[in-house]
Design a binder for this molecule. Structure first.
Ligand code: PRP
Ligand code: URA
Length: 243
């Protein structure tokens, strides 16, 4: 994928991140080790110093001219998307101990690949200015775009997506729907397969963290429904700029 098409996309260049990601992808990595790696990779911004803190209140207009005003440290909200985003929370809280944590529950419908919301306890008005969405996987981009919709509706001023692995199709979907959202990932993989899983990817991030394997029919390589494969083809046409 030509990453320069997406100015809001930030892909890790750190060799230690690449090493840990390879261990995470390995199908022999058991849930305990997998959770440790998600946690360590969740804290990768400490290595990279990439997650620059947004400063608020920069410009002031006096009657004569504009000037730089006092900078305020913004209030940060961590938004883990259940279930898989949970594994990234602790590491981020160590970096930002005063951040608020607001959970959003979404699962992806297996056939339509559309996100289904099942948990949202956000209060009426936003209590933070910067929201960091935590979710290891950005596949079709549907879950992420839906989370951004929820947070914008809530009134968040600035939103960033923090993921481990993205598919090009998902980057295109999220950037198209929300070009103002920065996307920070450890890697962008080759593509989605016909079931909407990232390849080479790591499989199902929730199942691998929590040890919940439901059998062969739910595995990422299992034959897809026609409907699912068509959703993926549509996303691939969108990525290629085709109608
Ligand atoms: C996974 C992942 C994302 C979503 C990404 O969650 O953690 O939330 O899929 O896919 P998308 O970009 O195509 O929307 P999943 O639906 O498997 O839920 P789970 O974490 O509860 O298993
Ligand atoms: N969700 C995952 O956990 N993995 C994928 O590859 C796609 C969606």
């Amino acid at each position: 994928m030509d990453a320069s098409r997406f100015p809001n996309l930030h892909v890790s260049q750190h060799p230690l991140v690449a090493h840990k990601l390879a261990l995470l992808r390995d199908k022999a990595t058991e849930p305990k080790k997998f959770r440790e790696l998600v946690r360590e990779l969740g804290a990768r911004h400490r290595l990279e110093r990439r997650l620059d803190r947004d400063r608020l209140g920069a410009q002031v207009e006096t009657p004569l001219e504009s000037m730089a005003g006092a900078e305020l440290e913004p209030k940060v909200g961590l938004i883990p998307v259940l279930r898989a985003g949970l594994g990234m929370v602790d590491a981020m809280l160590e970096l930002m101990p005063s951040a608020e944590v607001w959970h959003i529950g979404l699962y992806r419908d297996e056939r339509s690949l559309k996100p289904v919301e099942y948990y949202n306890k956000l209060p009426d008005a936003a209590t933070v200015q910067v929201c960091l969405i935590l979710d290891p996987m950005l596949a079709t981009g549907g879950s992420s775009a839906a989370t951004v919709d929820i947070l914008k509706h809530w009134g968040a001023a600035r939103i960033k997506q923090i993921s481990l692995i993205a598919a090009p199709e998902g980057v295109a979907t999220l950037s198209g729907a929300h070009p103002d959202v920065d996307i920070h990932v450890a890697a962008v993989d080759r593509a989605l397969n016909e079931r909407g899983y990232i390849v080479p990817g790591l499989g199902d991030a929730g199942d691998r963290q929590f040890g919940t394997f439901a059998g062969p029919s739910s595995e990422p390589g299992h034959d897809p429904a026609d409907e699912t494969a068509e959703v993926v083809r549509r996303l691939q046409r969108n990525l290629a700029g085709e109608p």
